[in-house]
Write a protein that binds this ligand. Sequence first.
Ligand code: ADP
Length: 477
Amino acid sequence: MSSKLSSGSQGPPASSLRELQAAHEIAHAFLTARRPSEVYRLALERVAPLVGAGFGCVFLRDGEGDLLRIVAAHNWPQAYATYLSSMRVRVGNGPTGRAVAENAIVEVADVFADPALEDWWDSARELGFVSSVALPLAFRGRPEGALTFYFREPLAMGEADHQLLRLVANQLAATAEKAHLIDDLQRANDRLREQNIDLEARYREAEEARQLKNEFLANISHELRTPLTAILGYAYLLREGLSGTLHAEQTASVERIEQAGTALMDLINDLLDLTHLKLGRTSVERELSDAGALARAALSAALSTAVHLPPSVQVRSELPPERIPIHTDPVLVTRILQNLLSNAFKFTPAGEVVLRVREARPDDPEARLPREDAPRGPVVLWEVEDTGIGISEEDRETIFDEFRQVDGSATRRFGGAGLGLALSQGLAHRLGGEIRLRSQPGSGSLFTLALPSGVVRAGEALAGASPTAPSAPADQT
Ligand code: ADP
């Protein structure tokens, strides 16, 4: 019996050459293919002639069961092509099934010499093979399939042939395993990409919904203001006696309408301002101002509207006699300070509320602002300090969020909607600065509004700015 596979007397150098060539062909298949099935097909195409096989195929487990199906075939007679896709081999049955079950090479030297393989004889005659060799394909030690070559002549294999076949099987299994892993990764990647597209679409939807909500809030707040202005206007006329003299009880009722209406108007204004801020519609109109004058204006506004200030609270201001110039929006600054002062009045049952203002030089650590890119210049610091109820460390993180209050219960002692600090912090950021908070629960709080002064005095340059930086007011936002 002769065999094309047999190395005969060619000796070790020739067999090593064939092994090298086989390894090379499989590596080439791996590098060329894009899917594991293609690796099998290309490897079969290139290795079959090398081992002298007429045709060959790769069987793999069909799912988790013990049936094997053909995933790649090379050179099978065309007439059998459709039959191949539906063909299943049970693990343990026939030479291929046994190779998988026993994780060993199963060689059929001559089909027609073995009566146990009589069932095969017709197909063998039609397909034109006489012998076959089935090699197990093991992934991580577990046989998951087989590589079977069919030969047109009887086999007579020596140790060198076995060695070559083992190498082919091992090399193909290792290569295919890598290809499967890459394939899995690619599929996972594709899935992730799809999920990402989905997430992006949902994010856009959420963003649109948020935008719509803000638009809605802005519109509704605006619409609420018109009738409320009329209510407050008529209440004023009534109180002033323009529709006839009121008796004491009527006056008290009208005053209550005015108080409640004003509180509602403040809330609507806060809501409107906050939504405008979030929609990026808050305009900033800077002008050269005096930080002390802004503090005084905010304090008198807060005092005139204070409904919570008990007589046991002393209000003081410590303002320097000299001007502290700042190039900023005076209306927005006053608004922020008024909010901080009203809160201090509201949350201080006894003791004092102090308002201070000072300027921090650029090298002062307190002059550090969140905007890293801003040129380092002087920073104006307004401090509102109270001896009130204070804020715990945990709450210090959340009170700047909208609608957040330390006590959010319906039975809380202090009124409010939780918008003031969110709005104030948003405005401070819009002006290029921030609001800082230090507090001791039970002892009091210190809120600091820090804003870039935007003013460079003669002989002083902004760190990070060009030497020709203006010495007049400089806009930093
Ligand atoms: P509002 O005052 O309308 O509730 P804010 O946004 O102004 O809303 O404040 C949020 C919360 O922060 C308040 O409800 C309160 O719990 C806490 N807070 C604000 N300022 C002070 C302060 N000076 N002392 C103690 N708690 C304060």
